[in-house]
Design a protein around this ligand. Sequence first.
Ligand code: 4AD
Ligand code: MG
Length: 454
Amino acid sequence: MQRTLIAEALAADNPCGDITLCGWVRTRRDLAECSFIELNDGSSLSGMQCVVEHGSAAYAALGAANTGAALQVRGALVPSPGKGQRWEVQAGAITIFGLADPQIYPLQKKRHSDEFLRTIAHLRVRTNKYGAAFRLRSQAARAVHDFFHERRFVLVHTPVLTGADCEGGGEMFSVTGPAGNEDGRRGEFFHRPCHLTVSGQLEAEALAMGLGRVYTFGPAFRAENSNTARHAAEFWMIEPEMAFADLRDIMELGEGLICHVIDHVLACCRDDLRLFDAFVDKGLVERLAGMAAKPFARASYAEAVRILEDCGKNFVYPVVFGMDLQTEHERYLAEEHFHRPVIVYDYPRETKAFYMRANDDNETVAAMDILVPRVGELVGGSQREERLERLTARIAELGRNPDDYWWYLDLRRFGSAPHAGFGLGFERLLMLLTGIGNIRDVLPFPRTPGSLEF
Ligand code: 4AD
Ligand code: MG
């Protein structure tokens, strides 16, 4: 079907005698001599105003079409005498594809709550806010790929079905094979237990130990029963892994990635960001520009704990050295103490996963988290333990069987080398970029405990 995208028509340099647009009616206003249709096709925040003269063939075709109806409008692109838009379309012919009964169409002209819109996730993308959120999501993903390709990282696709537990949190979904198989023999399909991956890291490490620099960008699954605004059961993670690299290298890489994506959306999503700035999070654009312009702060875990102990704030979870930092602590550090993102490094080994490289003090590991305002932890990464004996001992110490990790340990047997990587939660990055406060609202079809409707 030949048509011009509304985004392209709005950006036209000259009037144009004949143009075909398709889209959904956002609003219809009927005046004495004509009707105004605001048509939106998802290509931009702004729609195109279409003017339909009463008595014309187009008007007859328009009939009772109202908000939500899908139409094709053919006509002339002309300068608009009205305020707020440069062009409008004088409708010459209209074709209706599908009507939407105004009595039952769930999207009314008023503002709906995010909670209500989650119950109609199949339709909410037709609102300004969610259209903007998913366009921005697309641009952010593109910026991620550009960033890595410019640095010669190889995109790798790690498996979704896995037998390995990467993080060791016991938060994995198990996969039981053919539906309807109720004989209780779980894992039979693969002759061993199978899970949805929590992270592609272990496989990415193997690929990095041959390709040098790799990254994955795919879904990860966590059965954490935590109903928070920043946890989803299915989310997308970006995981770079670099051979011949240490903790400092991935701190720089993580900071560079975040700033690159911010710069890209500031340049390419101006209209959509203006909407978030006006209706979701005042001052967002200025804050993002400031964030990308200034180096992130850095603090060791020990320094971070000292700051938290001395700050005089009453936290729900009191801070003691050795604990895992909670969101309230992470947010305090980024929002109230450093007033910008902060990279916290050298965490106590007991709070972190088995694969992280032991520091010489034997108490901490070469881990780093990037904490950002409003979100808390955005990135978690580490230098990996490349010493075979240390890694084998750590796995055994945690009560696991090193034989289960035979191929992962092989990477340390054959040509082991220092290497490091991180995971960045893509939805948390989108929360930072849009100011949207709930992870459910940056995912098109969020999966959270008790919620699997769509
Ligand atoms: O800190 P995490 O658990 O690290 C890993 O999985 C490592 N294997 C990554 C690596 O080194 N390759 O998770 C990484 C990031 C977190 O910082 C957070 O942004 C995001 O993934 N994340 C979640 N996002 C949404 N919902 C959840 N349930 C998340 N769990 C983690
Ligand atoms: Mg983490």
